[in-house]
Design a protein. Structure first.
Length: 304
C-alpha cells in the first residue's frame, strides 16, 4: 500500500470512528464551491458504512451549512436552494441504495432516472441559470468573427440549443455524483474489502430496458425533440461506462488503471468514434454476457 492509499485509509478510519471529526470536516467543506465534493464524499462514506440514520445526520449538517453559506453569498436564493438540493440529496440517496442492494446497476439507474425527472421538470419550469449560460455563449460567439455562423444558428434554434446545454449540465451532474460515490466506496473497500471495489467496477452491466429506452430517445433526437436531446447524453454515458467496464474486464484485469487511462486518451483524440464504440459495446453487453464468455475462455484464458 503506497503513501496515498495509507493516508486515504487512515482518514477514512478517523471519519468512521470519530463522528465529531466527520461533522467538523463536513461543516468546513460544505460551503466551499470547489471543495464541497469532500463533504459529499464523507456523507456517502458514513452512509455506506454506518447506515441511513447516521448518514442522515451528516447530510443534515452538510445541507444546513451549505444553505447558510449560499444564502449569504448568493443573491438568488432559489438558485442556492436548488443547487444544494440537487447536490447533496442525490449523493445520500445513491449511498442508501448502494448500501441496501450492493448493486451499482441499481444506483446508476436511480441516478439517471432522477436526472431525467429533473430535466423534464426544468423544461416546464426553466431556471434563470440556463438562460444566463445561453446568453453568455451567444455573446462569446457574437464577438468572435470565426463563429458568426454558429451565432446565427444558435439564435434561430434557441430551444434546441437550450436542450444541448441542459443535457450537458445533467451529464456533469451525474458524472460528478458518480465520482463522489465511487471515491467513498473505494475508501470503504480499502478499509474492509480491499479487492471489492475493483470487482464491482469491472462488473457493471447496462440494463436491457435502458437499451430500449435509449432507442426511443434516438428516434426523438432524430426529430429534434428538445427533451430527448437533453436526456440522450446521460443515458449514452451509462452505456459508455458499461463498455469501459467490460473492455477492462476482458483485456486487462491486472492493469485496469493503465487501460482506463489509455481509453481516456483515445477519447480525447477520437471522441465521436470512441464514444460510439464504447456505447455499442455496452449495449451489446447488456444482451450478451461477455464476462461469462470470457470466463469460459472465448476471449481470454482466465479459466485455464
Amino acid at each position: 500500500m503506497n503513501l496515498f492509499d495509507k493516508t486515504l485509509a487512515k482518514q477514512g478510519q478517523l471519519l468512521l470512528n470519530k463522528e465529531n471529526y466527520a461533522y467538523i470536516l463536513v461543516i468546513l467543506f460544505s460551503g466551499l464551491p470547489f471543495l464541497s465534493w469532500i463533504a459529499l464524499t464523507i456523507i456517502a462514506l458514513v452512509t455506506l458504512r454506518k447506515g441511513y440514520e447516521e448518514g442522515l445526520k451528516t447530510l443534515g449538517i452538510g445541507v444546513f451549512t451549505a444553505l447558510i453559506t449560499y444564502y449569504i453569498v448568493s443573491a438568488n436564493h432559489t438558485f442556492a436552494f436548488s443547487k444544494v438540493l440537487f447536490t447533496f440529496i442525490p449523493i445520500y440517496l445513491s449511498a442508501v441504495i448502494l448500501r441496501a442492494t450492493a448493486k451499482w446497476r441499481d444506483v446508476i439507474i436511480a441516478m439517471l432516472c432522477l436526472a431525467s425527472l429533473v430535466i423534464i421538470y426544468l423544461f416546464y419550469f426553466p431556471p434563470g441559470i440556463i438562460f444566463k449560460i445561453y446568453d453568455l455563449l451567444l455573446v462569446v460567439l457574437k464577438e468572435n468573427k470565426d463563429t458568426a455562423l454558429q451565432y446565427k444558428a444558435w439564435l434561430t434554434n434557441k430551444n434546441e440549443t437550450m436542450a444541448y446545454i441542459l443535457g450537458i449540465q445533467a451529464l456533469v451532474f451525474v458524472l460528478s455524483n458518480f465520482s463522489v460515490l465511487m471515491l467513498a466506496r473505494a475508501i470503504q473497500a480499502k478499509l474492509f474489502y480491499p479487492q471489492g471495489f475493483k470487482h464491482e467496477m469491472l462488473n457493471i452491466r447496462a440494463n436491457p430496458l435502458a437499451l430500449a429506452l435509449v432507442s426511443c430517445m434516438f428516434i426523438g433526437f432524430y426529430f429534434k425533440n428538445a427533451i430527448f436531446i437533453s436526456l440522450l447524453p446521460i443515458w449514452l454515458a451509462y452505456f459508455c461506462g458499461s463498455g469501459i467496464s467490460i473492455l477492462i474486464y476482458i483485456f486487462a484485469t491486472d492493469r485496469a488503471l493503465v487501460v482506463f487511462l489509455l481509453l481516456l486518451i483515445l477519447l480525447s483524440f477520437l471522441p465521436i468514434f470512441m464514444l460510439a464504440l464504447l456505447a455499442s459495446i455496452g449495449a451489446l453487453d447488456c444482451l450478451i454476457n461477455f464476462r461469462e464468455l470470457a470466463n469460459k475462455g472465448n476471449f481470454t484464458n482466465k479459466s485455464s
